[in-house]
Design a protein around this ligand. Structure first.
Ligand SMILES: Nc1ncnc2c1ncn2[C@@H]1O[C@H](COP(=O)(O)OP(=O)(O)OP(=O)(O)O)[C@@H](O)[C@H]1O
Length: 267
């Protein structure tokens, strides 16, 4: 495991300590310890069902919306416990935004897709400027600037996903969680999203779940590899196998499991 002692709390955006997540009485992921440094891109990789999305959703308490889900352990955001009683989960999700697997623009104009969330969050500044800046940061401005009144649904899948990224940025988060953001996209749109992510990390911390090994190695600074193992009850439980700089994970991982997975030998 990386030496995290050298990282001060201001370098670390998010930290999970001894995280266990249950659905009903079933333990889905066990004992996750992980720190997410600021302004880095962290990839979560691992075979299907090992708990990548489950852990991702803990970071902005999206799992609160799943009635059967229970989270044990601690997650801190810039040192503060996000599961503390006084924390407003809606405000937390404003600061830790999320982009989903399938592009999901609202059935509204391109402009409104970006402006809407900011407006309901009470944004007082120049809305035209915010919309333009957000679309520029999401690298889709040039493609939509002449049709801001058209429906967001009229765009291609890749453009819709960048519109969703713009919508997330417009709310001015610190962290962006991305759950397989390119899985519904063609290779060219995928590369565009990856380039967008590289630009975004100057201002944001990004955690991305991906099944695409090349994507993890191209885009991320650090990689967390999860796996699942059989339980005595006949089920499976996910766990974090190894977490390190992406270069180490792909070229010289500590664990044989990691080596096998990143070289495509299983999963
Ligand atoms: N809403 C839910 N209710 C019950 N069980 C769930 C729910 N979501 C996930 N699980 C279970 O938790 C475990 C981890 O699932 P999760 O989706 O987090 O894995 P994953 O690694 O993201 O998988 P994939 O790569 O297929 O998306 C699985 O056994 C899954 O069936």
């Amino acid at each position: 495991m990386l030496n995290t002692q050298a990282l001060t709390s201001t370098d670390v955006a998010l930290r999970a300590e001894n995280l266990n997540v249950y659905y009903g009485s079933t333990l889905a992921v066990r004992n996750v310890d992980l720190h997410i440094p600021r302004n880095e891109i962290i990839a979560f990789i691992g075979p299907s069902g090992c708990g990548k999305s489950t852990v991702l959703r803990c970071f902005n308490r999206m799992n609160d919306l799943i009635a059967s889900c229970r989270v044990e352990g601690k997650i801190t955001f810039h040192g503060s416990d996000i599961y503390a009683k006084q924390v407003d989960a809606v405000e937390l999700r404003r600061r830790i935004g999320m982009v989903f697997q399938k592009p999901n623009p609202f059935p509204k104009s391109i402009y409104e897709n970006v402006a809407w969330g900011a407006r309901i969050n009470g944004y007082q500044g120049d809305m035209d400027e915010l919309v333009e800046t957000s679309l520029r940061k999401a690298a889709v401005w040039d493609e939509v600037k002449d049709k801001l009144k058209q429906s967001g649904l009229s765009l291609s899948g890749g453009q819709q996903q960048r519109l969703c990224i713009a919508r997330t940025i417009a709310i001015q988060p610190d962290v962006i969680l991305m759950d397989e953001p390119c899985s519904a996209l063609d290779p060219i749109s995928t590369i565009k999203i990856e380039e967008t992510m590289q630009q975004l990390k100057q201002d944001y911390t990004i955690i991305v779940v991906t099944h695409n090994m090349q994507q993890a190695s191209r885009v991320s600074d650090r990689t967390a590899f999860y796996n699942a193992e059989a339980t005595d009850k006949g089920g499976k439980v996910g766990y974090l196998v190894e977490y390190d700089h992406t270069e180490v994970m792909f070229n010289n991982p500590r664990e044989q499991f990691t080596r096998d997975y990143v070289s495509g030998r299983f999963g």
